[in-house]
Design a protein around this ligand. Structure first.
Ligand SMILES: [Zn+2]
Length: 388
C-alpha cells in the first residue's frame, strides 16, 4: 500500500550551527537596528560575552532577566521594557523558557492589544496580524528545540495552566546553536533537557503527522542522542557529546514543529501547569511508560499501524541491536532514564490522587491529537502511575 504524502515544512529563516558560532552574532544581525533587547535567565552576567560581541558591532543592548518559566506578566514586563528602550530586535540567550519569553516579547512589540487576546484556551485565541520584531534565539541548553518552534509556552498562575502563544510568524529570524554554550551545564540540567530532546525525537517519529522531512531529522537525532546522552551527563566537557546533543535538540525541535508530538507532551502540559517540575524531567519519567502503553494499544486496536514498525526501528537505534523488538526500545529508555540524575514524578508532589485530574486535562491537550493511537483514560492512567 502506498501511503499518501502531504506535508509542509517551515523553520527559522536562518540556522547557524557550530562551536564558536555565538561569537559571530554581531555579523549576522548587521542592518537589523542599533539597539537590542537581550533576554537572559536569572543570571544576566552570563550575557556579558554576547553584549561585548554586540557592542563591537555598534549595537547597544538592554537586558531583561527571566527567572523560571515565563508567565503572562513576564511577557508584559519585557514588552514594556523593549518599547521604552526603543529596541529594534530581541535576542534570547538561555534555555527554553528564556527563548519562549523572547519569542513572545518580539511578537507583542508589534501586535496591538493584550497578550490574552492572542492566547489559546484561556484567551480569545486571535491570530497575530503583524510580523513580530526580528527575533534571534541562542540556546544554552540542548533539549527544547525552542529556537526553531513557532510557539511560546507561557504559564498563567491564575488559571493553573500553561498555554501557547502560537503563530507561523513567530519563527525566529535567526537561530544560533553553539554547543560551546552548553559545556558548563550541570549534569542534572543536561539530563533533564537531554531527555526532553530524546522525547522530541521519538514522539514526532511515531506520530500521525510524521513526514519524510521530519523522519530523517528524527533518525539522525536519535543516533546522536543514543550515543551521547549518557556521556554528556557524565562528562560535560566532552565536546563531541555536547555537539551530538545540540544537534539532537535542534533536530527534535525541527521535527516537532513540523510533525507534532504525542502523549508524553500531552501529559507534560497539565503536569507543568499543576506542579513545579522541570519539563524535561517530566518527559523522561513518562517516556518509557507511554511508549509501552502505545505499543499495547496499537497491537490491540491497530495492529497494521506503521507506528509499530517505527517503534522497532527506534529500539534498534537505542539498543544498537539489529534484532531488538519494539518492547526492548521502551525497556532501553526505562534503563537510560533510571541512570539519569533525575527523580520520578512523586518527588514533585504528584500522587495517586492527582491521576484522574491530570488524565482529564491531558486528554484535551493539543499534543495528544498526534499520538499514534487514541489512548483511553484507563490507558493514560496506567501510563502515568508507574512514572510517579
Ligand atoms: Zn518537550
Amino acid at each position: 500500500m502506498v501511503e499518501k504524502m502531504n506535508f509542509e515544512f517551515a523553520t527559522a529563516t536562518r540556522i547557524v550551527f557550530g562551536a564558536g558560532a555565538a561569537a559571530r552574532i554581531g555579523e549576522y544581525v548587521k542592518g537589523w537596528g542599533s539597539r537590542a533587547l537581550v533576554v537572559t535567565g536569572s543570571n544576566p552576567q552570563r550575557a556579558e560575552k554576547l553584549l561585548a560581541v554586540l557592542s563591537a558591532s555598534g549595537i547597544s543592548a538592554t537586558t531583561f532577566s527571566v527567572t523560571g518559566e515565563p508567565e503572562i506578566a513576564t511577557v508584559k514586563d519585557g514588552t514594556a521594557l523593549a518599547k521604552k528602550e526603543n529596541c529594534d530586535f530581541v535576542i534570547s540567550l538561555g534555555g527554553g523558557s528564556v527563548i519562549d519569553a523572547g519569542k513572545a516579547i518580539a511578537a507583542m512589540m508589534t501586535n496591538e492589544g493584550e497578550l490574552l487576546d492572542y492566547l489559546e484556551i484561556i484567551g480569545k485565541g486571535e491570530t497575530l496580524k503583524k510580523q513580530p520584531a526580528p527575533f534571534i534565539a541562542v540556546p544554552t541548553t540542548a533539549g527544547t528545540g525552542s529556537e526553531v518552534t513557532r510557539n511560546a509556552v507561557l504559564g498563567s498562575p491564575e488559571h493553573k495552566v500553561k498555554v501557547s502563544l502560537r503563530s507561523p510568524l513567530m519563527l525566529a529570524r535567526l537561530a544560533v546553536v553553539d554547543p560551546e554554550l552548553t559545556y558548563d551545564l550541570p549534569p542534572t540540567l543536561t539530563a533533564s533537557t537531554g531527555l526532553d530532546a530524546l522525547t522530541q525525537l521519538i514522539e514526532p517519529y511515531v506520530c500521525l503527522r510524521a513526514n519524510l522531512m521530519t523522519d530523517g531529522l528524527c533518525l539522525e537525532g536519535l543516533h546522536r542522542a543514543a550515543r551521547s546522552l549518557r556521556e554528556a551527563v557524565l562528562n560535560g566537557q566532552n565536546k563531541a557529546a555536547r555537539e551530538d546533543m545540540a544537534l539532537a535538540s535542534l533536530s527534535g525541535g525541527l521535527a516537532l514543529a513540523n510533525a507534532g508530538l504525542g502523549a508524553v507532551h500531552g501529559f507534560a502540559g497539565p503536569v507543568g501547569g499543576m506542579f513545579t517540575a522541570p519539563h524535561g524531567a517530566v518527559c523522561g519519567a513518562l517516556l518509557p511508560y507511554v511508549m509501552a502503553a502505545n505499543l499495547r494499544a496499537l497491537r490491540e486496536r491497530d495492529p497494521k499501524s506503521p507506528a509499530l514498525g517505527r517503534y522497532a526501528h527506534i529500539a534498534r537505534i537505542l539498543t544498537g541491536n539489529q534484532h531488538a523488538t519494539a518492547d526492548a526500545g521502551a525497556e532501553g529508555v526505562q534503563n537510560l532514564v533510571a541512570e539519569m540524575p533525575i527523580p520520578k514524578l512523586g518527588a514533585y508532589g504528584i500522587r495517586e490522587e492527582h491521576i484522574s485530574a491530570i488524565v482529564a486535562k491531558a486528554t484535551n491537550a493539543s499534543s495528544m491529537k498526534s499520538n499514534p493511537i487514541v489512548l483511553t483514560s484507563e490507558e493514560l492512567a496506567e501510563a502515568l502511575r508507574p512514572a510517579l
